[in-house]
Write a protein that binds this ligand. Structure first.
Ligand code: DX5
Ligand code: ZN
Length: 231
């Protein structure tokens, strides 16, 4: 599998001190910063958009791993590219009608979003909600349109929820088998107590919000997560 990357979710940071929080967590060993964008429509919560990412970019050279929990991902591609986002991860369920997705062939609407993200100069991530079958993302990975697949292990919308193990995190395994070099990200309820199952399933990009920002010593949590994945 590719190198282990720890991407703390700033959803659990102090939003009034975002630049300092980002700087602090990078100095403590974070590889990427996971930025959760919620539109109050695709998920029942509102967070931040491209204007905040653009402001943060002036204070940070970190890799911005943006997770767009929004109903119309295509609408925001140019704004995020201009704001300095590095990874643009959109939901498979948002890019096309989930009922029209198939494991056998790529849906043109999803493929178009993926191509537009890359054309805008960002890396392409596709996220799957817990109930979405992993087979449905395979056509895009096989077509070479995707740099990362994000497997959600909570229902998106809020930090601090309980990790869904078993079959949900288990969706990583067939992806890893079929695509040894792919970035596979797990997001939701990841902590030192759940990381072993995440690592065993084959993920290499680890998101953790409350476990990192809620810790007395976030650097130790980052190091512990990394050590568990690296074995
Ligand atoms: C869930 C978000 C996650 C969330 C993770 O809607 O996509 O990135 O911030 O937070 P924790 O690690 O606390 O579950
Ligand atoms: Zn996220």
């Amino acid at each position: 599998r590719p190198a282990t990357l720890i991407s703390p979710s700033i959803l659990s940071a102090d939003f009034a001190l975002l630049a300092e929080e980002c700087d602090r967590i990078v100095k403590l060993g974070a590889d990427w910063l996971h930025i959760d964008v919620m539109d109050g429509h695709f998920v029942p919560n509102l967070t931040l958009g491209a204007p905040v990412v653009a402001c943060l970019r002036k204070h940070s050279r970190a890799y911005f791993d943006c997770h767009l929990m929004v109903s119309e991902p295509a609408k925001w591609i140019d704004d995020f590219a201009k704001a300095g986002a590095n990874m643009f991860t959109f939901h498979l369920e948002a890019a096309a009608d989930p009922a029209a997705l198939s494991a056998a062939e790529a849906h043109p609407a999803v493929a178009d979003v993926a191509r537009a993200v890359r054309a805008a100069g960002m890396e392409v991530g596709i996220a799957l909600k817990p109930e979405t079958a992993v087979e449905l993302v395979m056509p895009y990975v096989e077509a070479g349109l995707v740099d990362m697949v994000l497997i959600l292990t909570v229902n998106p919308g809020f930090g601090g929820q309980k990790f869904m193990g078993g079959d949900v995190v288990g969706k990583c395994a067939p992806l890893r088998r079929a695509h040894p070099g792919l970035h596979i990200q797990v997001d939701g309820g990841v902590a030192p107590s759940t990381i072993d199952e995440v690592a065993a399933a084959g993920a290499n990009v680890i998101v953790a919000g409350s476990a990192v920002f809620g810790a007395e010593r976030p650097g130790e949590v980052i190091a512990a997560l990394r050590a568990s994945v690296d074995g």
